[in-house]
Ligand binder design. Sequence first.
Ligand code: ASP
Length: 421
Amino acid sequence: MHKRMFILILTSIILGVACGIVCPQEVLAIRWVGTVFINLLKLISLPLIFCALVSAVTSMGNMKRLGPIGIYTVGYVLLSVSIAVLIGLVLLNVFQPGQGVPSSFIFANATPADLTPLEFSSFLLKLFPSNIIEAAAKFEIMTIVLFSIVFAIACLSAGETAKPVIELFTGLRNVFVKMIIWLMYLTPFGLFSLLGAAVAEASLQNRLLESVGGMLFFILIFLGGLLFQVLWQLLLVQWVIKKSSRQFLSSASNAMLVAFATSSSMATLPVTLIVAKEQEVSDEVARFVLPLATTINLAGTAMYEAVSALFFCQILGMHLSILSQVGVFLTAIVAGMGATGIPEGGLVTMIMVLRSVNVPTSAIALLLPFDRILDRFRTMTNVWGDLVCAVTVDHLAKFNNSKQANRSLLSELSESTSVSR
Ligand code: ASP
């Protein structure tokens, strides 16, 4: 199925581009097919984001019971996801790949309702509505994100009685993940229509080459960003954890190849666990840290969401102030932590980041042709990050244990010397 899907997607890309150039008017006439695809993505995204965030935050809370191991893991994840997003934002600000790409590329599939301008004060007001159902109906994703995080924290502090609620939302998350997987089978049709319409608009304006050049430049910058993310973690392994980076790379490469092949950090988990064992990560740490990291440590995905949002803003000529970029930074962190480690799981949470800067969600169409391959690279980065997280937490836990052992040895010694006196 995987291979057949790949061929279908490739065919739809080729057909979309060809038809967009040869018969633009006809392709524009059927752009509703792409709109239906985006609508379905949006339809599932809201409940999925809610359930995924509730289950991610509550699983973090459970880890707290593990004491230092849970705290080190969550600390590491926050650090690595933040660094990933920061790298992406810096690269996008420096290279500005969206400059010069015609905005018709995005507007080709946008509905006018998508394009209301963003104001920070109204954004804040929307965060705290009086009616959560109304906010959901208006697709105020950030409001739903905030609500789900507070809801999850309340579930945790309610204790035992809230356990069934947590289980319900975790189960619902799995159901919505299944629906997203089904929706992905429709990608070739959505892609044909969305890409065809974007190419048709650009070719009607004779700006096709400019658009393709801008996209390729953006992709190169993103891949460079992922490389930086892998590199700083490699330096951490070598200098702080004092492991041979060559040996670490060679055993991690097994998991990364599986990640590349499956585009899913969840599906790669069994191999990630084996690599952690090879790296002498203790069973206790590996068994708790890796499943948690696979759920919340999607740094490559978070970077992708941030750079895409900024790229689209550049295309649309929207200047983002520092404050708005901080907003993108925070939203992308939540999006990366709330995304699911399945093929193209990041597409769903990307809607959330785009909404935070009022970019039309249909802009995702620009990335769809490249998303399959980019997904493989961000999954590799995510799995790499999970492994580094496991060895770092293991290192800190062992360091902690040896410090405690030293302390008790010292107190035993001082007790015995005072007794002998
Ligand atoms: N496929 C990615 C993963 O499994 C998620 C994504 O970025 O779409 O880690």
